[in-house]
Design a protein around this ligand. Structure first.
Ligand SMILES: NC(=O)c1ccc[n+]([C@@H]2O[C@H](COP(=O)([O-])OP(=O)(O)OC[C@H]3O[C@@H](n4cnc5c(N)ncnc54)[C@H](OP(=O)(O)O)[C@@H]3O)[C@@H](O)[C@H]2O)c1
Length: 352
């Protein structure tokens, strides 16, 4: 069967590497080009030695090369793993080139640039002007499991913390089980901070340690709140405390809330399982989920308990996969008319 050409932006970054890994294993996609701002011409396998078996000869391309490619051939898919503040203008430029050539690629942006409906909301959180205000209305931001009918041509992926937390919280709100006040503690691995070592997020500092950061002030809280409201119809308050975990991949979130009316643990899990009955990549289990259940996979897992008055829902997802590249691939599958889990069903390694 013919494969659909896909373009990746943000070349040497961790999320782009995961996109390249997923594209290589996807039965209906092929890599048309991968743009690198800093390393055009360098071999993919140099930045990602683990991808050498599937990209032995391919090299990163410049923006000009990607633009020439978009003029020359119809490339229906662009996946952006560029940084926020860069992605919007880059996508706008590339879409402009494709549109002038008579093509209409579909875009999934993994950065934060298209997660807000207005430039004012974006600029209030990120502190710089939006890179492509005229494109905002062309994007919808949602976890794939929480939006059946997409009305825009492009999608903004909500991100790793948001995906993990929203998978746990949206059913509680949408099913009217809880008061709209959520207390969230979530632990992320060091790949969540990207490839460039920075004092404070560098792995040697995080390894063997555990600590909270940006407690109750993390910038993704506003995105989580907006996505939860859009998906559930409830304006909830999120008290979010992120933590740095002593490992490379995965997010573990614990969500606590007060029940509106008594509900036991088994009944709670049954409600969650029923909510996700059509979601092939989300599983609700009887036991608390573990990172090893999902690391490097496109799956998320939930566990839940109730003491009759309050609930605790535990949610795990891989930050680079389900929380970024895999979630974006899931959206792209839908945009291209494929089964949403195509190329995403390989299980976690179990031992990493
Ligand atoms: N890491 C995660 O767990 C995670 C989860 C969800 C969402 N995200 C989002 O996904 C995006 C990528 O994250 P990441 O962790 O992969 O970051 P990263 O490892 O820092 O990679 C970002 C890459 O973007 C490229 N880049 C940097 N400056 C650029 C510029 N001025 N113009 C164009 N490209 C530039 C660089 O690659 P080249 O020089 O090769 O182009 C860089 O390696 C970010 O927007 C992030 O917020 C990350």
């Amino acid at each position: 069967m013919e494969r659909v050409p896909a373009i990746v932006l943000g070349g040497t970054g961790y999320v782009a590497g995961e996109l390249l890994r997923l594209i290589a294993a996807h039965p209906r996609l092929r890599l048309a080009g991968v743009m690198s701002d800093g390393s055009p011409g360098a071999p993919i396998a140099q930045a990602f030695p683990h991808l050498a078996p599937v990209y032995a000869n391919e090299v990163f391309q410049s923006q000009a090369q990607i633009e020439a490619l978009l003029q020359r051939e119809r490339a229906p898919a662009i996946l952006s793993a560029a940084p926020h503040g860069v992605s919007a203008a880059l996508i706008d430029a590339l879409l402009g080139v494709a549109e002038r050539a008579g093509h209409a690629p579909r875009v999934v942006d993994i950065s934060a640039d298209f997660r807000y409906a207005t430039t004012a909301e974006y600029e209030a959180v990120y502190g710089h002007p939006h890179g492509a205000p005229a494109r905002l209305a062309q994007f919808t931001c949602a976890v794939p499991e929480h939006l059946r009918e997409l009305k825009t041509p492009h999608v903004a992926h909500p991100g790793c913390f948001a995906t993990t937390i929203l998978l746990a919280t949206v059913p509680l709100l949408a099913l009217d089980l809880i008061e709209p006040q959520l207390f969230v503690a979530a632990v992320t691995g060091s790949t969540g901070s990207g490839r460039k070592p920075v004092e404070g997020t560098h792995h040697p500092l995080r390894h063997g340690d555990l600590y909270a950061y940006n407690a109750l002030t993390h910038r993704h809280t506003a995105e989580i709140t907006a996505c939860a409201r859009a998906a559930s119809g409830v304006a909830a308050h999120f008290a979010f405390v992120p933590h740095s975990g002593p490992y490379a991949r995965g997010i573990h979130a614990t969500v606590q809330a007060v029940l509106k009316r008594p509900l036991g643990s088994e009944a709670l899990r049954a409600r969650l399982a029923d909510f996700y009955r059509h979601a092939p990549l989300v599983h609700v289990g009887d036991k608390p989920p573990r990172l090893k259940d999902i690391v490097a996979s496109g799956y998320a897992r939930l566990g839940a308990v109730s003491d009759g008055r309050t609930v605790a829902v535990m949610s795990v997802a891989d930050n680079l996969n389900k929380g970024a590249a895999g979630g974006a691939m899931q959206w792209l599958n839908r945009l291209l008319g494929f089964d949403e889990s195509l190329g995403l069903t390989a299980p976690a390694a179990g031992w990493t």
